[in-house]
Design a protein around this ligand. Sequence first.
Ligand SMILES: *Cc1c(COP(=O)(O)O)cnc(C)c1O
Length: 355
Amino acid sequence: MAVREELLRNIRSVEPYVPGEQPQHKVVKLNTNENPYSPAPGVERVLKEMDTDRFRLYPDPTADELVGSLADYYGVGKDQVFVGVGSDDVISMCFLTFFNSDFPILFPDITYSFYKVWAELYRIPYHCPELDENFKIVKEDYYAENGGIIFPNPNAPTAIYEDLEFVEDILKQNRNSIVIVDEAYIDFAGRSAMELIDKYDNLIVTQTFSKARSMAGMRIGYAISNPDLIRCLNDVKYSFNSYTMNQTALACGVEAVEDKAYFEEGVRKIVETREWAKEELRKLGFVFPDTKANFIFARHPEVDANELFQALKENNIFVRHWNAPRIDQYLRITIGTREEMATLFDFLRTYIKEK
Ligand SMILES: *Cc1c(COP(=O)(O)O)cnc(C)c1O
């Protein structure tokens, strides 16, 4: 039965974010920037030792242990850390908390497509300055009056990293707006804007366990800022759902943070594979902005991206493609294991030769 127009009129209607596919059969999965390596070994141990009787009780609403681990890891106070169900949850809470101006918030035209969805969902006015022809953020575009700013660094899906001077310039030019730097990929890139937290009270840095920490399935993300802004975030969270993080995620998260050596080795392996993958793609004739993330945003001057995307998929190699203006000739390829990348390159060599 179709619902009547009169009824639909007062219902919130949004165009949702479209996540990358999660095929249930075995494929070479290079489409959602997941980590090809297992989480830290302590995560498996803590899961096996988990006392399920504890599931009778609500989890700790303050996520004190995980917040404490992250605070120690980054050398900040516990009152400077906010955790949530993936950084998607954290950033969504940030939109709701900090973006309440009549001026539009600013984020790049080519960036993480969830920003636009949250802006629409919460009815926040927004404006999207265009990246330049090299897909770089033009910082002067962010000098205009605004209701807040968000951008990923490295940006997604371009993988371009901007140094701290660039980030600091945007912070300085926007003393009266909240600036969120989404550092989902920072561990593969360079210095984090966390260094600037004590210097700029308008800065929020968000990070995630989904990429460098191999725990996309556990859904853990966090924001680091000053105690005042973190308090504002918590006030909104407690007005929404007090128990966002489940006990399992909290316990596993702590284990992942504690194993610094394992984490660093995992990042090193991916960066090494990435640098090799860049050479291989160049040899095959692909062009791409220099990547500092765990993915490469590449196009081939003689190959149609959508056709290649489909051909890869038919051969059980999944990458990401958007039928969107300016980027429809690009594929975003996650860095997998060396073996997975070799499978991709073998396919590409044959495909391009036959073109
Ligand atoms: C992956 C990603 C996120 C969200 O990751 P979660 O899994 O929700 O932590 C946020 N921002 C960008 C730019 C991402 O690529």
